[in-house]
Design a protein around this ligand. Structure first.
Ligand code: FAD
Length: 341
């Protein structure tokens, strides 16, 4: 019989992030399907508040690693903490969210404990009596269901695939766990965090809508001229009004590498597709991009997809979008912004 442990690092304010609450739900429902109990393992400066916030989640036990050295992401401390939690709980299956901090360390912990690891899992089920994970391969082109006999099995769950576990506050009894830290001291130190301000931030993973801007925004339009600054203004206005997340095609990102003028707020981080990211959002609106397979791969997890393109034979018309507006995106977006005023 498997013993399931949900693990998470606390956020800067000592709470649990949305992705962690989703992973908690994943662990809880797998335990329910298997008919086994599950435990919670938390890492942070203090973990009591986070444990209290989910005290009513149904976990049979809470374990915690706390201390100042666990405030920041650092491989040595995070790996030691998670390994100690897995051992303390006697876990055979360890489930965490595929956040950047957890993803950096969970497969390494599996190696330390001679276990196995599967990352960015999108579904957890029980086939027969075996826990089974679903994950995508080859840049989201093939999906596989797999199970493993080896234990401990470390699983990171992709954000956006499970509903977050609702917070049920009470007082949790947390068993403190003391990890063994490296004897040579902790060499890696986080001295500061540099991040863009809220207004500059255009990648919003929790937004309801993904807005994709393609290379068409930079191309010559019907009047024979390109209208880049107008395009920038329209896109930024729409993003700010809709609080949408911005994605872009490879062509538009690559233009900067070719010395052409591109939009100042675009980086390679915005690229969606086979060689970009595959964000998850309820809705998507693609404008001025062609609907090619390599970038529509990035749309695999978009619920409702719409596109605006001048070309009625573009890729979106070949089944890549639910609704295609054959229209000028400059006009459509201007009209849309007016309605939103
Ligand atoms: C191995 C490989 C991997 C790749 N990976 C990726 C990837 O990860 N992500 C990615 O994006 N691409 C990727 N590509 C590139 C991809 O194949 C396309 O070349 C690129 O995505 C096309 O970008 P685009 O649609 O923005 O531009 P274009 O193909 O230039 O299309 C511009 C579109 O804008 C439309 N348009 C112009 N003006 C207007 C207007 N006023 N209103 C409405 N529509 C207008 C045009 O009709 C046209 O359809 C990859 C390619 C290869 C070979």
């Amino acid at each position: 019989m498997d013993t399931i442990l949900f693990v998470a690092q606390t956020e800067g304010d000592a709470s649990l992030g949305k992705a962690s609450l989703e992973a908690l739900n994943a662990a809880k429902s797998l335990a329910g399907e298997l008919g086994v109990a599950f435990s919670v393992g938390l890492v942070g400066v203090t973990v009591q508040a986070a444990a209290d916030s989910i005290a009513g989640c149904g976990a049979q036990a809470f374990f915690g690693v706390s201390g100042d050295e666990f405030a920041q992401a650092r491989y040595a401390t995070d790996a030691a903490a998670l390994a100690a939690l897995a051992k303390a709980a006697g876990a055979t299956i360890v489930i965490g969210a595929a956040t950047s901090r957890m993803s950096r360390v969970l497969p390494g912990v599996a190696a330390r404990l001679d276990g196995r690891s599967d990352t960015n899992v999108t579904a957890l089920t029980v086939a027969g009596d075996k826990p089974t994970v679903t994950r995508w391969h080859y840049r989201q082109r093939m999906s596989a269901e797999l199970t493993r006999p080896e234990r401990p099995w470390f699983i990171s769950v992709s954000p956006g695939c499970f509903a977050p576990c609702s917070k049920q506050a009470a007082t949790a009894i947390v068993t403190p766990v003391m990890p063994e830290l490296p004897t040579g001291g902790l060499r890696a130190k986080v001295t500061s965090i540099i991040s863009p301000s809220a207004e500059e931030q255009t990648i919003r993973p929790d937004a309801a809508l993904l807005f994709v801007a393609g290379a068409g925004w930079t191309k010559k339009q019907a009047d024979g001229a390109a209208h880049l600054s107008e395009a920038e203004e329209i896109i930024l206005q729409f993003l700010s009004k809709a609080q949408a997340s911005l994605g872009t095609s490879k062509s538009l990102v690559d233009l900067s590498g070719e010395g052409q003028q591109v939009m100042r707020f675009l980086t390679h981080m915005h690229q969606v597709g086979q060689t970009g990211s595959t964000p998850r959002h309820a809705k998507g609106l693609a404008t001025c991009c062609h609907g090619e397979e390599p970038h529509t791969v990035g749309w695999r997890f978009i619920g409702e997809r719409r596109a605006v393109n001048l070309d009625p034979n573009c890729g979106w018309a070949q089944g890549k979008a639910d609704v295609l507006y054959v229209a000028d995106a400059f006009e459509v977006m201007r009209a849309l912004i007016k309605i939103m005023d």
